[in-house]
Design a binder for this molecule. Structure first.
Ligand code: BEZ
Length: 211
């Protein structure tokens, strides 16, 4: 059955460009982003891996490890690395799983046969330190992902894991947030000392509590 939010991220052992990794052990207490690309030596994938590598400092700041994957071999990934650095100006700086036997691709349902029966789609799984799946995104091969959006949702997930809040449409780090409807006004006054505005009884906004 397909993975769903809140499920435990399946554990696996896989060969990567940084050697053999046991997923849960490798994650340790970090957050993790496991993401697939369809194929090595292809244009959109080359731009994505360059952009995720360029943003690695932002993921590090958020205690988040990146792990890429395709059904190509580790040898193929290693042969492609130079092109990523040459064309995108940033060397690949996180491991890529070589999954020619589709072990991990199948475990995470990354091959969608009606899109392509041999290549992975562009899947993104964000996994929390509790090893639960917090977010799933799926893009087709023809559409490159947006690194800023992945960082934005990571910020929301990390914020909402620690406070009784949710983040509104188009929220970005530093914007006001929404107080969980389950929190009564009296409790909200102590939990959110910066104060809050009540637009409707179910829609109360407060400055981002961890800023
Ligand atoms: C690409 O990265 O450009 C790509 C990869 C596989 C299929 C189509 C496009």
């Amino acid at each position: 059955m397909a993975l769903r939010l809140g499920d435990t991220a399946p554990d696996f052992t896989a060969d990567t460009t940084d050697g053999t990794i046991n997923f849960h052990e490798w994650l340790g207490d970090s957050w993790g982003i496991l993401f697939s690309h369809p194929k090595d030596f292809t244009p959109v994938c080359t731009t994505e891996l360059g952009a995720f590598s360029a943003a690695k400092g932002e993921f590090d700041k958020r205690n988040t490890k990146l792990l890429g994957l395709s059904v190509d071999s580790v040898e193929s990934h290693n042969g492609w690395k130079g092109d990523i650095e040459e064309t995108q100006g940033t060397a690949l700086n996180f491991p890529l799983i070589g999954d020619p036997d589709r072990k991990v691709s199948d475990l995470y349902d990354m091959i969608h046969p009606n899109a392509n029966d041999t290549l992975t789609v562009r899947s993104v799984f964000i996994i929390g330190p509790d090893k639960k799946v917090k977010l799933i995104l799926t893009y087709p091969a023809s559409t490159g992902r947006n690194v800023d959006e992945v960082i934005r949702v990571l910020d929301s997930l990390q914020l909402t894991a620690g406070y009784s809040v949710s983040t509104p449409v188009n929220w970005k780090d530093g914007d006001d947030v929404i107080i969980a409807p389950a929190i009564a006004d009296e409790e909200a006054k102590t939990k959110f000392p910066k104060g809050f505005k009540t637009l409707k009884p179910y829609l109360r906004v407060t400055p981002q509590p961890n800023k």
